[in-house]
Design a binder for this molecule. Structure first.
Ligand code: DC
Length: 675
């Protein structure tokens, strides 16, 4: 899908149903590295497919690991701890879970087996600290060159074959900036724990302990049992070797679950809970403890292995004060739940937010203020008081997936104002399908879902324009002509006369029509091409003149009005079906131009035709469509007319998007939003 510049969320009124979470980022990237270093082939199930895992996979491929996709699984044949490739330049995007462990692993491999590896990322990655890890590796005997600002990527790791590391004394690492440094050492040092125990000593209070627990848990799955004394000293026993577990399943992402737990707490008030699958109360991920925090705010949560069910309990939510050190990522979601609380919520001990994908304390403060909240931020805390007046804001996302996912929950606001998410594509870092998943379970009141209608005569280019608009806005698409065409085809199949109003209406009312992946299925068979044929158009023109048929298809058309929005094309979209549409376009082109376009279209399909008779057909259909008694083709009174005879598709799209921009309420707020 193309990267949308923004996605407008209508106010969300409720949530229900089931959402299935993608695999955990933290587990996925650890599993990939372990499998890549281990001996043997590991079959990975439910791996997350996202930006961060993609850079890790690219790196492993460049280092010589065997990767084979087999349906839903990935087979990785590891290096058995031996480097087949001794030089590589690895681009790791903004994936801390790739940068830190690969730095450690390649530093010790280069130092002992010889090699030269350069690791870099996007600009933000070069602002994310790695100095504490480098300082831990250098005394061990690793050669690490700073290629930019010392203490930050990019880095070069190099060494000669036969080098020895000083593993006979404890390796010291700071634990109070990012737990990823310790994770990196824990994942890398089994590579050099051949002759004696390797000891890692943590200096300072270790933050984000649950992530270390995940690391230890996965190391155990790959045959390495680390002994620990509290959270201060970790020993990798001599003779440790990575061995593949054969198969490994990646749990759903507990941090991703937090958005749906919050959604349930805020919006699942219709009786049935919101069900979340892929992660449950048995999760090994620390962020599962977000459940307790959400419960403290009032959420009703139940669950079991691999599933959770959430519904609204206390309402408004209860304001809390919480030390969030144990749930650094998911705590961001609490900051947004705080918008719906009965007082001021304070989240403490979140200094690590400042060194994540963006400075998350500053970003969160700015964007919560943009929707109307009162926010106080400190070096390591944030305080949020709910809005007294909600503002219609365009939310900056700072190339931070969690900012986008968190702030989408502002769409549940009681003031029923929409929320614009800028650069929504950033969710691809960990949850590419986030917005589809959100709209799968969160619903808006139909009257809150914006509709753009595109009506006009046949072959005016409505379909092309509507499809392009829907794509650019991330909206649903309704090609209402396809419904009439399908009704006509169904009549033909059943030997029903297209003029038999009762019989055709009966067929239309129970039309088994599905749209999926750009194809259209009628009664289980693919009618995509048959629907576009002239014969189907002629049949449609006849059956669509029958009032009972139009009535039968009315409800089906209304059902397309779903979050985040709808672009509907046809003849009566603006006049009859969606009279309250936010923007109505009446698209025309001269009959000569339309006949020429249709002619070209047919030629491109290898069908010969005659322009004059095409034009005569078009005019006959226009006449029938506009002179029929019910829902005749005519512009709505408030429609914007667009004659595209002399316009390219792109020009028409830009024209309509400009009209749309004028009607959306976001423009003013966006300038104030970036703090
Ligand atoms: O847009 P189209 O060419 O696919 O439409 C096929 C026929 O269906 C057209 O002749 C008129 C009819 N139609 C209608 O009556 N109302 C609509 N909303 C859409 C199509």
């Amino acid at each position: 899908m193309m990267a949308l510049p923004f996605l407008d969320l209508p106010p969300l009124a409720g949530a229900s149903g089931t959402v299935r979470l993608p695999g955990s980022k933290s587990i996925s990237n650890r599993v990939l590295l372990l499998a890549g270093l281990a001996e043997g082939t590991t079959v990975v199930h439910d791996l997350l497919d996202s930006d961060d895992t993609r850079v890790m996979l690219d790196a492993l491929r460049a280092l010589g690991c065997g990767l084979v996709r087999d349906g839903a699984t990935l087979q990785i044949t590891g290096l058995s701890g031996r480097l087949p490739v001794h030089e590589a330049q690895l681009f790791l995007g903004n994936a801390g879970t790739a940068m830190r462990p690969l730095t450690a692993a390649l530093a010790v491999l280069a130092a002992t087996q010889g090699g030269r590896f350069e690791l870099s990322g996007v600009a933000r990655m070069h602002e994310r600290p790695i100095g504490d890890l480098v300082e831990a590796l250098r005394p061990l005997g690793c050669t690490i060159d700073d290629l930019g600002t010392p203490g930050y990527p990019p880095l070069r790791l190099r060494g000669e074959a036969g080098g020895r590391l000083a593993t006979d004394r404890a390796i010291h690492v700071r634990g109070d900036v990012s737990s990823q440094f310790l994770t990196a050492l824990l994942l890398a040092l089994p590579l050099v724990a051949g002759e004696h125990d390797v000891v890692i000593a943590v200096d300072g209070e270790l933050i984000s302990k649950p992530y270390i627990q995940i690391t230890l848990n996965l190391l155990a799955r790959f045959g390495i049992t680390v002994q620990r004394e509290g959270w201060a000293r970790f020993t990798i026993p001599a003779g440790s070797r990575y061995r593949t577990p054969g198969h490994i399943h990646v749990e759903g992402d507990a941090s991703s679950a937090s958005y749906f737990i919050a959604l349930g707490a805020i919006a699942a008030h219709g009786g049935a809970p919101l069900r979340i699958e892929g992660v449950g109360l048995d999760s090994i991920q620390g962020d599962i403890r977000f459940v307790e925090a959400a419960q403290a705010m009032g959420a009703q949560v139940s669950g079991g292995p691999g599933w959770l069910a959430v519904h609204r309990g206390a309402w408004p939510l209860r304001a809390i004060t919480l030390d969030c050190n144990h749930i650094p990522d998911a705590a961001m979601t609490l900051a947004v739940m705080a918008l719906y609380a009965d007082g001021t919520t304070r989240l403490d001990n979140i200094a690590s937010w400042r060194v994540k994908e963006t400075d998350r304390i500053a970003a969160m403060a700015a964007e919560l203020r943009a929707v109307g909240a009162t926010v106080t931020e400190g070096a390591d805390f944030i305080e949020v008081t709910p809005p007294t007046a909600w503002r219609t804001a365009a939310i900056h996302t700072y190339d931070d997936h969690r900012m986008a996912m968190c702030l989408s929950l502002a769409a549940c606001n009681p003031a029923r104002v929409p929320v614009r998410i800028l650069d929504p594509h950033c969710v691809a870092k960990t949850f590419p399908g986030y917005f589809d998943a959100l709209f799968g379970v969160a619903h808006a009141l139909p009257e809150d879902v914006p509709v753009i209608t595109v009506d006009g005569p046949t072959a005016s280019g409505k379909g092309t324009l509507a499809a392009e608009l829907a794509q650019r806005l991330g909206y649903e698409l309704l090609d209402s002509g396809a419904l009439y065409r399908a009704a006509g085809l169904a009549a033909l199949e059943d030997g029903v006369s297209p003029d038999d109003e009762t019989a055709v209406a009966r067929l239309a009312a129970t039309l088994d029509l599905r749209f999926a992946d750009g194809r259209t299925w009628l009664r289980g068979h693919d009618v995509t091409d048959a629907l576009r044929a002239e014969q189907a158009g002629m049949l449609a023109s006849r059956v669509s003149a029958l009032p009972a048929v139009r009535t039968a298809l009315h409800g089906l058309q209304l059902a397309f009005r779903r979050a985040p929005g709808l672009v509907a094309d046809g003849r009566d979209m603006g006049t009859v079906v969606f009279p309250d549409a936010a923007l109505k376009v009446f698209l025309t082109a001269s009959a000569a131009e339309r006949a020429t376009r249709r002619h070209k279209q047919l030629i491109s399909k290898g069908i010969s035709s005659n322009i004059d008779s095409l034009r005569a057909d078009l005019e006959a259909r226009d006449l029938r469509d506009s002179s029929r008694v019910v829902a005749p083709l005519k512009p709505a009174e408030d429609a914007m007319r667009l004659d595209n005879s002399a316009l390219t598709v792109e020009e028409s799209v830009e024209r309509v998007l400009a009209w749309w921009a004028e009607r959306r309420p976001f423009a003013a707020a966006s300038a104030a939003a970036k703090g």
